[in-house]
Write a protein that binds this ligand. Structure first.
Ligand code: BG6
Ligand code: MG
Length: 224
């Protein structure tokens, strides 16, 4: 059987390129603490890959507090979290690129494989700048222009369409369950960065450190 050609790798940002997922967690934890709502790392797993307003809604639901706030108050709470998050991510530097990611990006470039970013975070372009990675990405999907966040496939499809490619020639890389689902709904094979329990369903589960072209081609049965 003929193998699919790998022409683009479409990356999530938070938790894949850098550990900004931790800063999201810290900012939400601070807000939840102020609101007197329980929030821990386990509950935070549900928020990974989920949009800002949906994340707030999940936190409020956890404290049975969703109906206590008006839409405007919820927007103010989300702004508060985002302002804290923006303060935290100012400290991100190229030293915070996760192990293995820089060499993997270089390897993709050397093999003329397109690189896209599919993050639903409105802060993604700022973080790419902090990491000095802006020029490595051929396309950065605009989170604000994508109607449906993950687990809908929209943001991965935006990355793919930018290159005029078909899903079977793309691979998505994610650290969140919602993200793996989004990749699959886009019709692409998924690489999950994390534990096999968290990354259930991904065609390849690995660490950023081990992520390389040979592994992807071999395990996903693709070629360049
Ligand atoms: C995703 C994160 O990448 O972006 C979520 O995994 C976050 O935790 C979402 O809520 C939206 O991010 P932002 O920066 O626009 O609030
Ligand atoms: Mg992520």
């Amino acid at each position: 059987m003929e193998k699919n050609k790998l022409k683009a790798v479409i990356f999530d940002l938070d938790g894949v390129i850098t550990d900004s997922a931790t800063y999201h967690y810290l900012a939400w934890k601070s807000l939840a603490g102020e609101l007197g709502i329980p929030f821990d790392e386990q509950y935070n797993e549900k928020l990974k890959g989920v949009s800002r307003m949906e994340s707030l809604e999940l936190i409020l639901q956890n404290g049975n507090a969703s109906s206590q706030y008006t839409k405007e108050q919820k927007e103010a709470l989300a702004d508060k979290k985002n302002n804290l998050y923006k303060e935290l991510i100012k400290q991100i530097s190229p030293a915070d690129i996760l192990p293995g990611i820089s060499s993997f990006l270089e390897e993709l470039k050397a093999n003329q494989i397109k690189i896209a970013l599919a993050s639903v975070s409105r802060n993604a372009p700022f973080i790419l700048g902090q990491l000095c990675l802006d020029t490595m990405f051929d396309y950065v999907a605009d989170a604000a222009a994508v109607p449906n966040a993950k687990p809908f496939p929209d943001i991965f499809l935006a990355g793919m369409s930018a290159f005029g490619l078909q899903p079977q020639n793309c691979v998505g890389v994610e650290d969140a369950r919602t993200g793996i689902e989004a990749i699959h709904r886009a019709g692409m094979p998924a690489v999950g960065v994390g534990t096999p329990e968290e990354m259930q369903g991904a065609e390849l589960v690995t660490t950023t450190q081990e992520l390389c072209l040979d592994l992807i081609l071999e395990r996903l049965g693709m070629e360049i």
